[in-house]
Design a protein around this ligand. Structure first.
Ligand SMILES: [Zn+2]
Length: 69
């Protein structure tokens, strides 16, 4: 199945590795998730935030990620 990162819109393979260097138009048939590049960026942000808040247990659910931006 085609997978696409919902954040950077690049296509990715089954393990989340981006397979295109450029974003492509949103493919509605594709299953959307987060590629590793975006996952790492997100993780860094979350870690920075949680360091401030010291609230590791209350990480936002994946579905709420878009609220951060
Ligand atoms: Zn991405």
């Amino acid at each position: 199945m085609l997978r696409q990162c919902a954040w950077c819109l690049r296509l990715m393979d089954s393990v989340g590795e981006p397979t295109s260097s450029l974003p492509v138009a949103k493919i509605y048939e594709a299953s959307h998730g987060m590629c590793r590049a975006c996952g790492n960026l997100w993780l860094e942000q979350v870690l920075q935030d949680t360091e401030k808040q010291a609230a590791l247990q209350s990480l936002p659910m994946k579905a709420d990620l878009t609220c951060l931006y």
